[in-house]
Write a new protein. Structure first.
Length: 161
């Protein structure tokens, strides 16, 4: 990552993914930007999982991760994100393990929630990928502002060590 250099502005590409997602998820939770529906406490993240996630903030982490993925890859849709968040299904007996896509409802809800707060907008100009999303100008400034604070915190932590 490019956090070592002294600069006043950083983008999402410049900071580590884990730190950015954690910071943006806490920002979304702290500012009450997203209203969490009740059905999310019972849902799993895909057919390969047996139980719902144990972390209470998993919804905000998933929304932050979806926002980062849309920032990095514009014109991305639900089916591509289902494949990205999917994984290997195990415990099939003698059948070989295989890749399973993640649950689409959670990703679709995350995109709609990001659209409500103005971070993401639908791409109306793209004829090939109808309904795909991209980051709005307000969303880009918001994500870059959080990435800048994360980069400055990481740089200060490295200087203290």
């Amino acid at each position: 990552m490019i956090v070592d250099r002294e600069q006043s502005f950083y983008t999402v590409k410049d900071v580590p993914a884990e730190e950015f997602i954690r910071a943006y998820a806490s920002h979304l939770k702290k500012n009450n930007k997203i209203e969490v529906p009740q059905w999310l406490s019972y849902v799993t993240n895909g057919p390969r999982n047996e139980l719902a996630p144990q972390d209470e903030d998993w919804v905000f982490i998933r929304v932050a991760s979806v926002a980062r993925k849309i920032y990095l890859r514009r014109n991305i849709g639900v089916s591509t994100l289902r494949h990205i968040y999917g994984g290997r299904q195990r415990n099939l007996g003698n059948v070989p393990e295989r890749h399973r896509a993640s649950a689409g409802k959670v990703i679709r809800w995350s995109m709609q929630a990001l659209e409500k707060i103005g971070v993401v907008k639908k791409d109306k100009k793209n004829q090939l990928k109808k309904g795909s999303r991209l980051i709005s100008k307000e969303g880009q400034t918001d994500l870059n502002r959080i990435a800048t604070t994360v980069a400055k915190q990481l740089r200060e932590a490295r200087q203290q060590n």
